[in-house]
Write a protein that binds this ligand. Structure first.
Ligand code: NAP
Ligand code: GCO
Length: 289
């Protein structure tokens, strides 16, 4: 009886590439390397901090130029994070992405976890938006996750293990004025997530998304700016009324969900979008008083 259950556990462990730390803590990231794109600050940086707390071996991040990379490296140093390697890499440039993956393999090692975090938004009414501007958003928010994932997948397939997390949005589900390109890209990213799951699940690769609600980062700073008379930005009040918690979320609050999706704890979760929105998608909004 005992022998049988031990044998079953060992077969399970072998099939799923488990290690000892998994058996004691399914949320452990010990021994793993994670590449988080555009993680100099904001959501990506906070996901990196949570990965470090979960025992990650190495954090890899990139930013678009030397100055941005330096700023990021300073942020990691200030947070006391030493096991970090930064690269200058524009995620929309296929050649540079391929070169960066080669450098990471040579200088750090295998990429166990990829977080497609880099993103931009342009808030322009659709009928005033130029095709070039629409395309830029699609390139960074949708085409880049395709480029980076495609460059990382072959090695994951060879090892028959990997985690890809795509940072989606409320706009993967909902629309609003002025964010047509962003909503189109993030809606597409939700479906890219499901398709990577469908195509590569057979290689023990899990691809899931995180759909953050409204998070207080530089990307959303213009929506929270105080008015000249000192009152709150109307969008700020609008978001608080749309969120059951009645507040913006902090980037730190995405750390736990990201650790879950990066760790063996989520090995049976694939193609899922985990909305971390303080309940926005469940709520009709604050009723008039
Ligand atoms: P952020 O503060 O603007 O950070 C985005 C990062 O991506 C920055 O480091 C930026 O670099 C980098 N980046 C942009 N284009 C790049 C490119 N072509 N190559 C490499 N890096 C590039 O944004 P955030 O709020 O942390 O958002 C992170 C992700 O979460 C984005 O995908 C965003 O759409 C998504 N999201 C945000 C919220 C929110 O409420 N904040 C909600 C839902 C989803 P620079 O330093 O050069 O700008
Ligand atoms: C906007 C916001 C959003 C959020 C987020 C929602 O202008 O509506 O910037 O796009 O940042 O993506 O989940």
């Amino acid at each position: 009886m005992y022998n049988n259950s031990l044998k079953k556990s060992l077969i399970f462990a072998y099939r799923t590439n488990l290690n000892f730390s998994y058996m004691t803590n399914p949320f452990s990231l010990e021994g793993k390397n994670a590449w988080i794109t555009g993680a100099s600050y904001g959501i990506g940086f906070n996901i990196a901090k949570a990965f470090v707390a979960a025992g990650i071996k190495n954090i890899i991040f990139n930013d678009i130029n030397e100055a941005a990379l330096e700023r990021g490296l300073n942020n990691y140093a200030e947070a006391g994070i030493k096991n970090v390697k930064g690269y200058v890499c524009d995620v929309t440039n296929e050649t540079v992405v391929k070169e960066t993956v080669e450098k990471i393999h040579a200088e750090v090692g295998q990429i166990d976890i990829l977080v497609n975090n880099a993103g931009i938004i342009k808030r322009i009414p659709m009928h005033e938006m130029e095709r070039r501007e629409f395309q830029q958003v699609i390139d960074v928010d949708l085409v880049a996750p395709f480029i980076v994932s495609s460059a990382v997948l072959p090695e994951m397939m060879e090892r028959r293990e990997g985690k890809i997390i795509n940072i989606c949005s409320m706009m993967s589900e909902l629309g609003r004025e002025t964010v047509s390109a962003y909503a189109a890209a993030k809606g597409g990213l939700k479906m890219l997530t499901r398709n990577i799951c469908s195509e590569y699940g057979q290689y023990n690769i899990q691809c899931n998304g995180i759909g953050p609600g409204y998070i207080a980062t530089p990307q959303t700073a213009p929506l929270r700016e105080k008015q000249p008379d000192g009152s709150r930005h109307p969008f700020d009040s609008f978001i608080c009324a749309k969120t059951p918690a009645g507040r913006w979320l902090e980037p730190e609050e995405l750390g736990g969900p990201a650790v879950f999706l990066a760790s063996h704890a989520s090995d049976a979760v694939n193609g899922h979008i985990l909305y971390v929105d303080g309940g926005i998608l469940a709520y009709i909004g604050k009723q008039p008083q």
